[in-house]
Write a protein that binds this ligand. Structure first.
Ligand code: GLC
Length: 601
């Protein structure tokens, strides 16, 4: 049990509860009222834990001290993913652009965003909406010019917002000049920049590898009578990272953008950088995937150990500019995720924890397991709830009745965990998926080939909802994807005026996390670990303690934390939803309620 609690009271913080209707001060205990009270204790050895957490937090922060505590800028940053086609359309052609983003920087600043990750905005035939790059060192005219990028970078810098670009490292477009040269002849300068092989026999690809977007991963090219390898669409040939010239060209590209003002990269599809050069068939597993192809164990073309050499080299280049590398690191378990930090913290600073997104229901037990697993591996966690490939959180967690409350609940979780959150545009409004209803409306090619099982990713990529006007204020022209009807209620203009909106809640929690050291730096201490309905934890930093209690059920919950027994005299609410509040030792949470409080002696 607890011996003592730290003593210093935290002063001078804004009382965010004013915006959310919770009492500003905890009331005295009244045990008789405590119906269905879960009598739980702080099942933690706080004093012991404090010491361990502090040592661990400092060790995880990396060797180069960014602040007196040894933290780098990216450890305190809230990141925001912008899908540029869909954020803001300045020239009214139905597709978003860089000037559109620049025009909305004040909104992002007010929301509390420190860095924007812009999904690929480079020249591209747009087969995979930018993830098929035909020139790494330019901007697609659809999005603007390099001068527009420079303007965006300087406007963002003025507001203290950094820019992270998206680096498609695994493949180029088939229209990239490297590939056009590569396919032109077997002896061309760039032939070995991609993966070319003879077929097994006439009409037979070199092996059984399957493209994740459907069909064989090999495409026959009659010009040179060989097959080229593409893990994604046929228009996305894989680069040959075993060729030092490829490595050099790609590393140089990162340096080029760092000089131009980028503060880092999100590295696309890093799992697939290398293939076993002898091309063994992958073992075939039972069943078929959504594209109708046999399931296979991709042991020979995914997650090969050579990836880590490349990550280290990219990191070296990033370190020259104090930049950050975020990884699209889909992993089966935390062991695999740990590898992406590098054995000596010399690979990715922020490998995204997609295991978190695999918890698709409001299950405290599941979240506890995921959070503890990621917390235990020693790196700085990187949480994501949604992105341009994943159905929006509003739909994944919503029950159809309490979606707004659940959106706030998930925001509270996502933004109060130890680590750096990456927020997908529009999640802060409660934007919902708008999946196509008819096959002929689908834009994302996998939605057409996989229809109706796989409807593609259009639904989560719809235009940002700025206001109630036509096309949600995104564009005066018909947008490339339709906005869902809910834009009338879930949009920036209306939500900014409503203190109880999802947007106001996001702003409050982000502001809190920027100023509260326990939330910024503190360790994660789970509480009441057997509770089936409420996820509770503390963030502990030196003598500061923040309690986070999240009701993942549709009924009111009461939690007796026995604060007084453990020497806590003050429970100061920081953010709470609705009537969620503390009275003495008992925290009452409304259905899907949130209660965040500062604890002190
Ligand atoms: C990544 C991107 C996805 C893209 C794929 C191929 O997974 O997030 O949108 O289709 O890579 O580049």
């Amino acid at each position: 049990m607890i011996a003592t609690f730290p003593t210093r009271l935290v002063k001078g913080k804004k009382d965010y509860t004013q915006d959310f209707g919770a009492p500003a001060h905890a009331e005295p205990a009244s045990r008789t009222e405590a119906m269905r009270v879960h009598r739980k204790s702080f099942c933690i050895l706080i004093c012991l834990t404090l010491g361990i957490l502090q040592a661990a937090t400092q060790a995880q922060s990396g060797s180069q001290a960014g602040d007196p505590e040894g933290h780098e800028w990216w450890q305190h940053a809230v990141f925001y993913e912008i899908y540029p086609r869909s954020f803001a359309d300045s020239n009214n052609d139905g597709v978003g652009d860089l000037n559109g983003i620049a025009s909305r920087l004040d909104y992002l600043k007010e929301l509390g965003i420190d860095a924007i990750w812009i999904s690929p905005c480079f020249p591209s035939p747009q087969v995979d909406f930018g993830y098929d790059v035909s020139d790494y060192e330019n901007i697609d005219p659809m999005y603007g010019t390099l001068a527009d990028f420079d303007n965006l970078a300087s406007e963002a810098k003025e507001r203290g917002i950094r820019i992270i670009l998206d680096f498609v490292v695994n493949h180029t477009s088939d229209q990239h000049k490297w590939f056009l040269d590569s396919k032109s002849s077997r002896t061309s300068e760039h032939r070995d920049w991609y993966i070319w092989r003879d077929g097994k026999g006439p009409g037979q690809p070199p092996n059984n590898w399957i493209s994740t977007f459907g069909g064989s991963a090999w495409k026959f090219d009659p010009t040179t009578n060989q097959y080229y390898y593409h893990y994604f669409y046929t228009a996305q040939p894989d680069l040959n990272w075993r060729n030092p010239a490829v490595e050099k060209a790609m590393l140089d590209t990162t340096r080029w953008w760092y000089k131009r003002g980028a503060s880092g990269f999100r590295l696309d599809a890093v799992n697939t950088l290398f293939e076993n050069p002898s091309l063994p068939d992958n073992p075939v597993l039972p069943g078929k995937n959504t594209q109708g192809d046999p399931n296979t164990d991709e042991k020979y073309n995914k997650k090969l150990p050579e990836i880590h050499d490349v990550m280290r080299k990219l990191r070296n280049a990033a370190d020259e500019s104090g930049a950050v590398l975020i990884g699209e690191t889909w992993t089966k378990n935390v062991g695999e995720l740990k590898e992406y930090y590098g054995a000596h913290n010399d690979e990715l600073q922020l490998p995204m924890d997609f295991l978190f997104t695999t918890v698709d229901k409001l299950s405290p037990a599941e979240f506890r397991r995921q959070i503890a697993g990621v917390d235990a591996i020693g790196g700085w966690p990187t949480y994501v709830l949604s992105n341009h490939d994943k159905v929006r959180g509003y739909n994944r967690y919503g029950d159809g009745k309490h979606n707004d409350a659940i959106a706030k609940l998930m925001a509270a979780l996502f933004l109060t965990l130890r680590g750096s959150p990456i927020l997908y545009y529009g999640e802060e409004l409660g934007m919902e998926n708008n999946d196509p209803k008819r096959k002929e409306d689908v834009k994302d090619p996998i939605g057409r080939t996989g229809w109706p099982k796989e409807k593609g990713r259009d639904g989560e990529r719809t235009p940002m909802q700025w206001d109630e006007s036509e096309n949600a204020g995104f564009s005066k022209a018909t947008p490339w994807l339709p906005v869902p009807p809910s834009y009338k209620t879930h949009n920036v203009a209306d939500e900014a005026k409503d203190p109880n909106s999802i947007l106001s809640f996001y702003k409050a929690v982000i502001a809190l996390r920027h100023t509260n050291r326990a939330l910024l730096e503190g360790g994660y201490v789970p509480l009441n670990e057997n509770d089936q309905n409420v996820l509770s934890y503390m963030r502990v930093y030196q003598d500061q303690m923040v309690l986070v209690s999240l009701n993942m059920s549709g009924t009111q919950q009461k939690q007796d934390f026995e604060f007084s027994k453990h020497g806590m005299s003050s429970v100061k609410p920081l953010v709470a939803t609705g009537k969620s509040s503390a009275k003495g030792d008992v925290v009452t949470l409304e259905p899907y309620g949130v209660f965040i409080a500062q604890l002190s002696h």
